[in-house]
Design a protein around this ligand. Structure first.
Ligand code: BES
Ligand code: ZN
Ligand code: ZN
Length: 465
């Protein structure tokens, strides 16, 4: 979908958007030969940035529902509220494109083609045009990355195996200077990456450890490592998931998709940074070769891990990635993962959980999360929780094998990762399980939401990581 700012009168067959807080429901109207889409807007005194970005999406979803192809919006009217904050053209770009998105890879195209909203024209008085266009341009790049992320995550498990994920990563960066390579199982064996190897052992698909290197910074500049959980399908393994818990588990590589997309956005925004993406990509399946509950894994860093539950697989593969990351001597390491159902229990579906010992980073993250609309909330990472991952027969366990099952599951997963991140200067873990899929009232297509792409890109852009 095309979005442009213009200072001129728009031409052609076009529908004008009008906002009205007194309306009961939205409706279409024809006055003379002009078409209008009248939308109920939030009350001016109750408006804020959170509601505004939802309004932007709602405009697009309503236009799509009415099969309108071209919209005109009065930018001054749309932004005539207090408390909206800065960079609204960027926020508009993100949310309009996110709302326009549909996942249609497996749907038959109608004979007459898809009736899509093809263009939005934003009408404005000319004085701010250059700034607005700049903001819009940047926003559109990030928005494109968010939607690529959703395509990757939405792809069914059969068509998004570790090797296909690698192929997609290669394709994504084919026109750039970004290097994409991968370690197959043979190479991982040499490195004793037994965490990744063990989780992937029950699958017929070969595991891959994908490495993406973007060197946009000055010589000698510090490196940021982004690690994404790449479980291309999570059946739970021998501790198999009951229906319907498996149905969304093709999206268990959403962290990996986010990392790839953030790096793509960094390239498009020409960020002067060194960024390395590490993606342990595996399929977690039950089978004759699967890891068993009670098995002990000797991890890449030498720690022994007792498998208390084969469905707590994400933390095991991420642990080896955290160890591998040491070779980059990174200034910051961030991992993103659809890690625990417990995070969903804790926060509902409206915010990702963030964990870090760095108070400044936590604060900046929550502030930017709010600003870009990719919401996050902090949970504790205190040393007291380390007691919960003590193993019975091994150094540590991947679940709490001694205490009450289920208690503080998201925090226990973070405590597990913390053990493997111990040598890193600055580390943050984002459990994005809560925000993996769109909630009905968010005005987005069902399925993957592409969360954390806007947040991480913004952290990089502002030099906060
Ligand atoms: N991939 C799941 C977590 C998940 C659940 C993501 C729902 C998105 C939506 C993860 O691998 C998992 O199964 N975690 C278990 C861990 C438990 C067995 C300790 C969980 O959270 O239930
Ligand atoms: Zn699992
Ligand atoms: Zn999982």
């Amino acid at each position: 979908m095309k979005i442009t700012f213009t200072g001129k009168k728009p031409s052609g067959s076009i529908v004008f958007v009008r906002l009205d807080e007194k309306l009961e429901t939205s409706c279409c109207e024809k006055v003379g030969n002009k078409h209008f889409l009248n939308l109920k807007a939030p009350k001016a005194e109750e408006m804020n940035r959170r509601k505004w970005l939802l309004l932007v999406r709602q405009i697009v979803r309503s236009a799509k529902a009415h099969k309108f192809e071209k919209l005109a919006i009065d930018w001054e009217e749309l932004t005539a509220y207090d408390n909206l904050g800065e960079n609204l053209a960027e926020v508009f770009a993100h949310n309009a494109q996110m709302a326009a998105y549909e996942y249609r890879a497996y749907k038959k195209k109608p004979k007459e083609g898809w009736k899509d909203l093809r263009e939005i024209v934003l009408l404005t008085s000319t004085k701010n045009l250059p700034r607005l266009r700049r903001e819009l341009g940047a926003g559109l790049k990030v928005a494109a990355a968010v939607n690529v992320c959703r395509d990757l995550a939405n792809t069914p498990g059969e068509d998004m195996t570790p090797k296909i994920l690698l192929r997609q990563a290669r394709r994504m960066f084919a026109d750039t200077a970004v290097k994409v390579r991968a370690l197959g199982e043979k190479e991982m064996k040499k490195l004793k990456m037994n965490g990744v190897l063990t989780v992937g052992r029950g699958s017929g698909q070969e595991s891959q450890f994908i490495i993406v290197e973007y060197r946009g910074g000055r010589r000698g500049a510090k490196t940021v490592v982004l690690i994404g959980k790449g479980v291309t399908f999570d059946s739970g393994g021998i501790d198999i998931k009951p229906h319907p818990h498996g149905c969304e588990m093709m999206m268990d590589m959403s962290g990996a998709a986010a990392v790839l997309s953030v790096i793509r956005a960094a390239v498009d925004l020409k960020l002067k940074r060194h960024i390395v993406g590490l993606i342990p990509a595996v399929e977690n399946m039950p089978g004759g070769k699967s890891m068993r509950p009670g098995d002990v894994i000797r991890m890449m860093d030498g720690t022994t891990v007792e498998v208390g539950h084969t469905d707590a697989e994400g933390r095991i593969i991420l642990a080896d990635a955290l160890t591998y990351a040491r070779r980059y001597k990174p200034s910051t390491v961030i991992d993103v993962a659809t890690l625990t159902g417990a995070a969903v229990v804790a926060l509902g579906e409206r915010a990702s959980a963030v964990f870090t010992a760095d108070d400044d980073l936590a604060q900046e993250t929550l502030r930017l999360a709010e600003e870009v609309g990719d919401y996050a909330w902090r949970l504790p990472l205190w040393d007291e929780y380390d007691a919960e991952i003590k193993g019975n027969v091994a150094d540590i366990s991947n679940i709490n094998v001694k205490g009450k099952p289920g208690y503080g599951g998201a925090i226990i997963a973070a405590a597990f990762l913390k053990h493997f991140a111990r040598q890193h200067k600055r580390w943050m873990h984002i459990d994005m399980a809560p925000t993996m899929t769109a909630v009905a009232d968010e005005h987005l297509a069902r399925g993957a939401k592409g969360s954390t792409v806007r947040l991480l890109t913004e952290l990089l852009r502002r030099g906060k990581i």
